[in-house]
Write a protein that binds this ligand. Structure first.
Ligand code: NI
Length: 398
């Protein structure tokens, strides 16, 4: 089966490059992926998939259903949106839209999804299960996955695979991460409420600026003294507003920040932990407070058994020396985690780095990918999907 998949992908390679270049030159911002979605739907229909459009607002779902198979689905998720960045590459297929660029490789992800659909649809009855391809909008704003899930795309899904490009891994290699891949990213907003007064008479006022400063300092110190150092927490206050005049004691300060964590148990206790510290500081000095902790996307936790399937698929396809086990997670966020609240899954890193010249990071206006990675990505994804169903078939009845 592996050599059959490799042959199919080799034949498709020129078409896949063409698709990727088309997508790259026509990037669309989060939630506005209308042309991309129509293009994706067209390719999926031409492969004989059952296609639903306008799922999750602008998303597309393509189902490859085997006759007589049970109704469980393996989902494969890719994302379609670009970033508000002015492209500064000299590629002949550079963005044709001013101020919009595929600088996070979602054009490659969409191409890998389409390539996987093309290959799996040609396997016919030799694919031992159903596959659902998800093309989601608005990943960059961490919204699209939620929209897709709300529209029921995870119903009957037993497992889900996804992929993200990674410029620090060379093209031709795959990055595999066990456990946490990305962090949970939550929003924090706090208001410290004191009592205004004359700048010269602090004893008659309650200084919200001084208390807010204590809150920020105490929170940072408390992380190092009360949180498990093996379960990292990053708390960044990025915005602070308060006060009206240099000689007037401020009665209110508003603090806003982001809270990143990797371990689900850590995340669960963070709102109460923050509130306890803020309450303690404020009560000591007679201030009131409000704490608003808004949960954003959870941490992506790669499932062990599914990650083993992808690792085995990649190692068989490319050799162990082209499979890198990633030792560290990222404290970035990825809304793939929202699908994982409904089924176990795993996301692998697709190396897209050039070996013979410097690589720009993701979200950089000169970000480029070595396109040979597309074949690596499609073979790995398609073969992992095949192996998933092969394993399921040997362990459960249809
Ligand atoms: Ni991305």
């Amino acid at each position: 089966m592996l050599s059959r998949i490799k042959d199919l992908v080799a034949t498709l390679a020129p078409r896949l490059i063409e698709i990727r270049r088309h997508l790259h030159s026509h990037p669309e911002l989060s939630g506005q992926e209308h042309q991309t979605a129509a293009y994706v739907a067209g390719v999926l229909s031409s492969c004989g998939l059952r296609v639903q459009e306008a799922v999750g607002r602008v998303g597309v779902v393509g189902d490859l259903i085997q006759e007589g198979a049970h109704d469980r689905l393996l989902a494969i998720r890719t994302d379609m949106d670009a970033l508000p960045i002015q492209e500064r590459t000299s590629l002949e297929f550079a963005s044709r839209r001013a101020g919009v660029m595929h600088a996070c490789g979602h054009d490659v992800h969409t191409t890998v999804g389409l390539g996987t659909a093309m290959v799996l649809s040609q396997l016919g009855k030799d694919l031992p299960g159903n596959v659902r391809l998800l093309f989601q909008p608005a990943e960059e704003v961490a919204q699209g996955a939620g929209w897709m899930v709300e529209d029921g795309v995870m119903d009957q899904v037993g497992a889900i695979f996804s992929v993200h490009v990674f410029p620090s891994i060379p093209a031709g290699s795959i990055g595999i991460r066990y456990g946490a891949l990305t962090a949970a990213a939550d929003d924090l907003e706090m208001t410290i409420i004191g009592e205004s007064g004359h700048g010269a008479r602090p004893h008659e006022a309650t200084d919200a600026i001084w208390i807010a400063a204590q809150v920020v300092t105490t929170l940072q110190q408390a992380i190092s003294r009360t949180q498990n150092p093996l379960r990292p927490v990053v708390l960044t206050i990025g915005q602070i507003n308060g006060g009206r005049a240099p000689n007037v004691i401020a009665d209110q300060v508003r603090l806003q920040g982001t809270v990143r964590s990797l371990h689900p148990d850590t995340r669960t206790q963070l709102p109460a932990w923050i509130e306890q510290i803020v309450a303690g500081v404020c009560q000591s000095y007679g201030a009131k407070y409000e704490v608003n902790y808004r949960r954003g996307v959870p941490s992506v936790q790669n499932n062990l058994a599914l990650t083993q399937i992808v690792e085995a698929a990649a190692a068989e396809a490319w050799g162990h020396d082209r499979v890198q086990i990633l030792l560290e997670p990222s404290l970035g966020a990825e809304d793939f985690s929202l699908y994982l609240e409904h089924a176990p899954g795993t996301m692998f890193r697709l190396g897209v780095g050039y070996k013979d010249r410097p690589n720009y990071p993701l979200h950089h206006p000169q970000f480029e990918v070595d396109e040979t990675a597309i074949v690596t990505g499609v073979v790995t994804m398609a073969y992992a999907a095949y192996k998933y169903w092969q394993q399921q078939g040997s362990s459960s009845s249809p």
